[in-house]
Design a protein around this ligand. Structure first.
Ligand code: 2AM
Ligand code: CA
Length: 265
């Protein structure tokens, strides 16, 4: 069954919608959302956990053999399958807890070092971004095609900045100072998965991150979507093997080189 990538992709989208229902309910609930702290600036609510469980339950029902790597539940070994589902049930937890309407559900599937598919779902806008390796990237049923590259000084660039007590603030400040005079604007809206997918949509012209030290589940799904839309996706040294990355740069192939040079000079 899991040889059928289209069927698995449909299941991922259904799982993302199930998680999205839970997050939407939490977002619209009256009052503040209670949370626990997992570590420095690392928060989790009932909704993160419930959304991840809903994703796992939805996928297991149809594909009981696959393994999981979830932000909240960690690693679950696979049965008779070489596929692993990588889950960030709520990317942008800080935004969610502050009731800032910018967060997403991110689900990817990998086979060894190969990323096979990704889904990034924005529940408040009901926007489903998805891609299957070699078969293109989509917003709903609309195929994504990367728009022509803008000149550097017209580019809107997304990034993730380090949270309090985590990551490398000095590095992020240095990179901001290097890039800011070159581009039109820089944004750090707070959901890495969405920001990467926004480059595929042409809403952002590029995305980079290094100082924030993102996790694999933050970016895995977005990477597939951005690649399938035609973006160049590497780390800042040009390495294209994602599991070895400690940085990320997503951009139109014609702008990737100049941006990498600017950020590392
Ligand atoms: P999260 O909401 O799942 O924690 C915010 O800048 C984006 O980066 C979110 O996607 C957030 O994921 C992710 N992130 C993960 N670790 C981070 C860190 N150390 N500093 C900043 N952002 C981080
Ligand atoms: Ca995340």
């Amino acid at each position: 069954m899991t040889d059928n990538l289209e069927a698995l992709s449909d299941t991922l989208q259904r799982a993302a919608r199930a998680a999205g229902d839970i997050l939407r309910e939490g977002y619209h609930a009256a009052g503040t959302i209670e949370f626990d702290s997992k570590g420095a600036s690392d928060f989790v609510s009932h909704y993160d956990r419930a959304a991840e469980q809903a994703i796992i339950d939805t996928i297991r029902l149809i594909h009981p053999e696959v393994g999981f790597l979830g932000e909240e539940s960690g690693i679950t070994a696979a049965g008779d399958s070489d596929l692993r589902v990588v889950i960030d049930p709520l990317d942008g937890t800080n935004n969610f807890l502050h009731k800032v309407p910018h967060f997403s559900v991110s689900i990817a599937v990998e086979r060894g070092a190969e990323l096979l598919m990704g889904v990034v779902y924005q529940p408040l806008l009901d926007e489903m971004l998805w891609a299957v390796h070699g078969r293109g990237a989509f917003l709903g049923d609309q195929r994504l095609r990367l728009p022509p590259a803008r000149p550097l000084n017209e580019m809107l660039v997304g990034t993730c900045l380090p949270y309090h007590g985590k990551g490398d603030c000095q590095l992020s400040c240095r990179q901001l100072a290097q890039l800011m005079p070159q581009v039109s604007g820089i944004r750090s809206p707070g959901s890495a998965a969405l920001e990467v997918a926004y480059v595929a949509l042409g809403r952002f012209d590029a995305f980079w991150s290094q100082g924030a030290e993102l996790e694999w589940w933050d970016i895995a799904a977005g990477i597939v979507i951005a690649r399938e839309a035609g973006c160049k996706v590497t780390d800042l040294s040009g390495n294209s093997a994602p599991r070895e990355w400690h940085s990320l740069l997503v951009a139109h192939p014609d702008r990737h080189g100049p941006l990498a040079e600017c950020l590392t000079s």
